[in-house]
Design a protein around this ligand. Structure first.
Ligand SMILES: [Mg+2]
Length: 218
């Protein structure tokens, strides 16, 4: 496991320090803490109007997300249906919509959604899309990019091959999933914060996210 089972209670004011052992880079960004962020039901909630309500990005919810980002130095991987087909298009769209933390977005999950074959319909849980991103970018990137395999090889002192470097083993990292859907995987449950669709992210949940992101990872 890459994170201790029990999340320690700690002073959240002292949590912004980066793990000096981490050498994990996603693109050019050094990062070992990830937020898989859904938007609707988390940051976008119904805003009450005189004649009903409309859904939109909520300033208070964005403030709570900002608090998590400030305390943890985490980066965002967008798992919401607001994501576009490329990271660049996603960031442009989110900027246009008034999302305040576009500079923290380093990735988007794949759009798997469902597998279709004649006579078969198989919906794919969002947790699988998140697992795919972690496997590809963090846990075993040498599987996704075999041409980079040498980069991840570890050799014994005598020069013989020892093992592949998996970031799961060699680099501390952790993540949280903020989502109002529940189709995550069992081994993601410790990292999953389930928001109420109507209420969105709460202060209590934001503090919980900070605790998870800043636990002692091994
Ligand atoms: Mg949602």
């Amino acid at each position: 496991m890459h994170c201790k089972n029990i999340v320690k209670k700690m002073n959240i004011n002292n949590l912004a320090k980066e793990n000096s052992n981490s050498d994990l880079h996603i693109g050019n960004v050094k990062c070992s803490r990830f937020i898989f962020l859904d938007i609707d039901g988390v940051i976008a909630v119904p805003n009450k109007l005189e004649d009903g309500c409309e859904w939109g990005l909520n300033p208070e919810k964005q403030d709570l997300l900002g608090m998590i980002l400030e305390k943890t130095n985490a980066k965002i991987v967008l798992s919401s249906s607001w994501r576009k087909h490329t990271l660049e298009d996603t960031v442009k769209y989110m900027e246009k919509e008034g999302f305040r933390f576009c500079d923290k977005i380093i990735g988007i999950t794949i759009r798997a959604y469902h597998y279709v074959e004649k006579g078969i319909h198989l919906s794919i849980p969002r947790g699988v899309e998140i697992k795919q991103w972690l496997d590809t970018n963090v846990i075993c990137p040498w599987c996704a990019y075999p041409e980079q395999k040498e980069k991840y090889q570890i050799f014994d002192k005598d020069g013989s091959f020892k093992k592949m470097r998996s970031n799961r083993l060699e680099t501390d990292f952790t993540y949280v999933i903020l989502d109002d859907d529940s189709d995550m995987l069992y081994d993601q449950s410790k990292y999953f914060i389930h928001c109420d669709s109507m209420e969105g992210l709460t202060l209590e949940q934001a503090n919980k996210a900070i605790e998870i992101l800043c636990c002692d990872c091994k």
